[in-house]
Design a protein around this ligand. Structure first.
Ligand SMILES: NC(=O)c1ccc[n+]([C@@H]2O[C@H](COP(=O)([O-])OP(=O)(O)OC[C@H]3O[C@@H](n4cnc5c(N)ncnc54)[C@H](O)[C@@H]3O)[C@@H](O)[C@H]2O)c1
Length: 256
C-alpha cells in the first residue's frame, strides 16, 4: 500500500473523480476525510470505504463558505493527528460563451472551482508549515490548458487552478509543501452527464469527444491513479506541475 499511515482531505468526495480518489486513497492505506456539499452522497462514499475495510470520515462542507472550511479543518484534526494531503477537487461546470454566462454564474464558477483552492490551501498552510511539510493536489482540467468553445468561465477557473498550483508550489517549497494539479480529459461522471443532457444531439457530441482522445475515453480511476502517484513519496521531487491525464488529447490534433 502506497499511502499507509497518511491522511487526506478530499473535496467533492461524493461523486465522480472525488469519489474514485477517496476510495483509491483508502485502499492504499490512507485515512480519508471526505468533504462534500451533498451529505447523502458523501456518507455513501464513507460507507463504501468502511465496507471495504478502509478508514474514512464524512464532513458536510460547502467549499465556498469560510465557516464550513474552518469546521472541516477542526473536524479533520479531531479525527486524525495530522493531515498529510489536501485534494481540492470539488467543482462544477458553467457552460456558455461570454455573451451567455451571467455575472452571478461567473462569480459562482470562480468561487467553487478556484477561490475554494485558495480558501482550503490557506486554511491548511499553517498546519503544513508547523509539521514540516504537506501535499496539495488540485483538479484542474484540459480546459485550463487549451481553450474550449462555450466554456469561458469554466476554462478561466481551470487556468486559474493551474496557475495557483505553480505559485503555491514556489511559495511552499522552502517549507516542504508540494503543490501539483492534474488536468483530466473527458471523464464520464454525473457532471458530464448533466452537460450531455443539455445538448440537442448528445450522441453526436459524445462521438466527437471520443475521437479527440487517441486512447479513447477515460475513467475516474485513471485520475485517482495520478493523484496516488503525486501524493506518494515517489513524487517527492515533483512540484508545480499540471499533469494532463487525458488519453493523449493535448498531444496535438488526432487523426480522423
Ligand atoms: N468529468 C470530467 O470530464 C472532468 C474533466 C476535467 C476536470 N474535471 C473536474 O473534476 C472535478 C470533479 O468533477 P466530476 O467530473 O467528478 O464531477 P461530479 O459532479 O461527479 O463531482 C463533483 C462533486 O463536487 C461536489 N461539489 C460541487 N460544488 C461543491 C461545493 N461548493 N462544495 C463542496 N462540494 C461541491 C458535488 O456535489 C459533486 O459531488 C471538478 O473540479 C471538475 O471540474 C472533470
Amino acid at each position: 500500500m502506497r499511502l499507509e499511515g497518511k491522511s487526506a482531505i478530499v473535496t467533492g468526495a461524493g461523486s465522480g473523480i472525488g469519489k474514485a480518489t477517496a476510495c483509491r486513497f483508502a485502499a492504499e492505506g490512507a485515512t480519508v476525510i471526505c468533504a462534500e456539499l451533498n451529505r447523502d452522497s458523501n456518507e455513501a462514499t464513507v460507507a463504501e470505504i468502511r465496507a471495504a475495510g478502509g478508514r474514512a470520515e464524512a464532513v458536510e462542507t460547502d467549499v465556498t463558505r469560510d465557516e464550513d472550511v474552518a469546521n472541516l479543518m477542526a473536524r479533520s484534526f479531531s479525527a486524525v493527528e495530522r493531515v498529510d494531503i489536501l485534494i481540492n477537487n470539488a467543482g462544477q461546470a458553467v457552460i456558455g460563451t461570454v455573451e451567455e454566462v451571467s455575472s452571478d454564474d461567473w462569480d459562482r464558477q470562480l468561487d467553487v472551482n478556484l477561490k475554494s483552492i485558495y480558501r482550503l490551501s490557506k486554511a491548511i498552510w499553517p498546519h503544513f508549515k508547523t509539521r514540516g511539510g504537506g501535499i496539495i493536489l488540485n483538479t484542474a482540467s484540459i480546459a485550463g490548458l487549451t481553450g474550449i468553445p462555450g466554456q469561458v468561465s469554466y476554462g478561466v477557473s481551470k487556468a486559474g487552478a493551474v496557475m495557483i498550483t505553480k505559485c503555491m508550489a514556489l511559495d511552499g517549497a522552502k517549507d516542504n509543501i508540494r503543490v501539483n494539479c492534474v488536468c483530466p480529459g473527458w471523464i464520464p461522471t454525473p457532471m458530464v452527464d448533466y452537460h450531455l443532457s443539455q445538448l440537442d444531439d448528445p450522441e453526436a457530441f459524445q462521438t466527437r469527444i471520443e475521437r479527440l482522445h487517441p486512447l479513447g475515453l477515460g475513467e475516474a480511476a485513471h485520475i485517482a491513479a495520478g493523484f496516488v502517484f503525486l501524493a506518494s513519496d515517489e513524487a517527492r521531487w515533483i512540484t508545480g506541475i499540471a499533469l494532463p491525464i487525458d488519453g493523449g488529447l493535448t498531444c496535438g490534433i488526432a487523426a480522423d
